[in-house]
Write a protein of this length. Structure first.
Length: 134
């Protein structure tokens, strides 16, 4: 909460790729929707009360499933993910398309002699990715 009459809330901006304390600029026609203004790109984002409930549920799931936190990763040593490369369990990777960091937690083989890794990302959660596709 900023000032006395200005309401704000923490929200992720997919344009800026960062979290900001965004000002609530308008209540939508639907009472469950509000509009936020990003201080970075000056864009407007809709947010519903359901998103708040989903965020709380996601936090509970993350605690139960052992999702990683940024401080769990050595992002300085992160390798850029490529389906052509081979990884080891424990490697920290950066997925450029998602702009997300993760840690390799398992390896797997698929039919057709294809190999995959399982990585747990900060935002994407647990994901299966191809490896060694050269």
């Amino acid at each position: 909460m900023q000032g006395t009459n200005v309401r704000s809330m923490l929200q992720y901006c997919s344009v800026c790729k960062d979290h900001f304390d965004m000002e609530v600029v308008q209540q939508g026609s639907n009472e469950k929707t509000i509009w936020l203004k990003c201080p970075g790109c000056q864009g407007f984002l809709p947010r519903s009360e359901e998103e708040d409930e989903n965020a709380i549920l996601q936090e509970v799931v993350q605690k139960q499933t052992g999702d990683i936190l940024l401080e769990d990763l050595d992002i300085e040593s992160a390798k850029e993910y490529s389906e052509n490369d081979v990884y080891e369990i424990g490697d920290v990777i950066h997925h450029r398309s998602w702009n997300d960091f993760g840690k390799v937690i398992a390896k797997d083989h698929l039919p057709g002699n294809r190999k995959t890794i399982w990585a747990r990302f900060l935002r994407q959660g647990k994901v299966q990715l191809l490896e060694g596709m050269k």
